[in-house]
Design a protein around this ligand. Structure first.
Ligand code: SF4
Length: 285
């Protein structure tokens, strides 16, 4: 499944087509009923933020829950959400469980790749002749919204370099939001008491502090520090809970040659079978 925020890089959309063709599978695209990221920002005349991260919920979680519910009702069955995150991707994912029941969404979550390493990932791509998402070759550490509202300095610099059109869109949305809030406040005094949130990237230490995208881009091109450290470069837990939108930490491990792959005594399928068995035994008790 692919929850389409409408805010991904073109390469990612092409990559989905590539995967469908090469693997002979259908990837179900789901999206927010009222439209994707741009429509949601225009409706609110504001952006999601670290503090109020409505983007994950509206653009990913709710459409995916709706899809699961549709399957459950249609087939009268339980559903399992299979998520491809790995523990060594980030600190936030280091304790992720392989298998658990998610009461909020009422489904099982299975993370079959949880113990995989980067060499494992590269090796399986190589083995089956599947290319990696081209964004990795452009220097991006992660694939997701382009950019994420929690993007770090490097991400912003890369977005400005490879996707200047997206920076233009953000600038237009920022200008729209500021003007639209003034207009709506005139019709309905006090509707937008909070002045922040009308710019794409907000500071982490002070979420109310916001910065127009052009200043952020200029800052992203400075050496370490710069004069606009509003966007923190430290790790953030992101939307890890759902396995969708973990923020980059800037400390992602370097790829290691596949040759150094260490053979395991237990395959992932054996391990997951064992975990499922243990989980079911616990449930019985
Ligand atoms: S990747 Fe970032 S911008 Fe996109 S939905 Fe997740 S938190 Fe929001």
């Amino acid at each position: 499944m692919f929850a389409d925020t409408g805010w991904e890089a073109p390469e990612t959309y092409e990559y989905l087509n590539t995967l469908e063709t090469m693997l002979g599978i259908k990837i179900h695209r789901v999206e927010r009923p009222g439209g994707t990221m741009i429509e949601a920002i225009r409706e609110r005349a504001g952006f999601p933020s670290r503090r109020i991260r409505w983007c994950t919920k509206e653009l990913k979680v709710l459409p995916i829950i709706a899809f699961h519910e549709m399957i459950r009702l249609r087939d009268d069955t339980d559903t399992v959400s299979v998520v491809g995150i790995r523990r060594d991707e980030s600190q936030a994912r280091a304790d992720a469980k392989s298998f658990e029941f998610n009461h909020e969404s009422n489904w099982y979550t299975w993370r079959p790749l949880i113990h995989w390493t980067i060499p494992d990932v590269l090796a399986i791509h190589h083995k089956h002749g599947i290319p990696i998402n081209p964004l990795y070759r452009k220097g991006f550490g992660r694939v997701g919204c382009m950019p994420c509202i929690m993007a770090n300095k490097t991400d912003i610099r890369l977005v400005a370099k490879h996707y200047p059109g997206r920076i233009n869109t953000i600038r237009e949305l920022e200008q729209f939001s500021v003007a639209e809030r003034v207009r709506r406040n005139a019709l309905e005094p006090g509707r937008y008491a909070h002045k922040g949130g009308t710019f794409f990237l907000a500071g982490k230490r002070n979420p109310g502090e916001v910065t127009p995208i052009d200043r952020v881009v200029a800052w992203s091109k400075t050496k370490r520090g710069g004069k606009l450290p509003l966007i923190d470069e430290t790790p953030d837990s992101g939307c890890f809970r759902w396995g969708f939108c973990d923020a980059p930490t800037g400390e992602e491990p370097e790829p290691i040659p596949a040759a150094s792959l260490v053979r395991r005594t237990e395959t992932r399928f054996e391990r997951v079978a064992r975990l499922i068995g243990a989980h079911l035994n616990e449930s019985d008790e």
